[in-house]
Design a protein. Structure first.
Length: 130
């Protein structure tokens, strides 16, 4: 989780850098001090510096923020004791036709795997040779 959070922070920094470069090129070098102040204020306003967990404890470092966010989503979207699941599923209308549903349960072929990997962005898939 901390690697993923670190990755998001890097993406946020890249976004700010791109945004500042765009405005800087539009305004040339005339208002660099004004722009720097504006970008800094916006970054401070749009960043999360600390969070409070369910026990009232605050986290402000990268590890603490990651722990609080992870625990929040785990507790929000998971249950340790699902009950009456059949009753819930009985009132939910199926969205996929039976034919599509059956195709999802069939074994996939090697060709389908290669096709799927070939459609992925090169930086997202493994280097694959056959």
């Amino acid at each position: 989780m901390s690697d993923e959070l670190h990755g998001w922070w890097q993406k946020e920094e890249l976004l700010w850098w791109q945004r500042s470069k765009s405005h800087f090129l539009q305004l040339s070098n005339r208002n660099s001090g004004r722009f720097y102040k504006r970008a800094s204020v916006r970054q401070k306003r749009n960043s999360i510096t600390e969070l409070k967990d369910v026990n009232g404890n605050f986290g402000s470092d990268q590890k603490g923020l990651g722990r609080i966010v992870t625990n929040y989503f785990k507790e929000s979207f998971m249950t340790s004791n699902p009950t009456n699941l059949k009753n819930v599923l009985n009132v939910v209308n199926p969205r996929a036709a039976e034919e599509i549903d059956n195709s999802l349960y069939r074994p996939y072929s090697e060709d389908e795997v290669f096709q799927a990997l070939g459609q992925m962005h090169p930086g997202k898939s493994l280097a694959w040779t056959s």
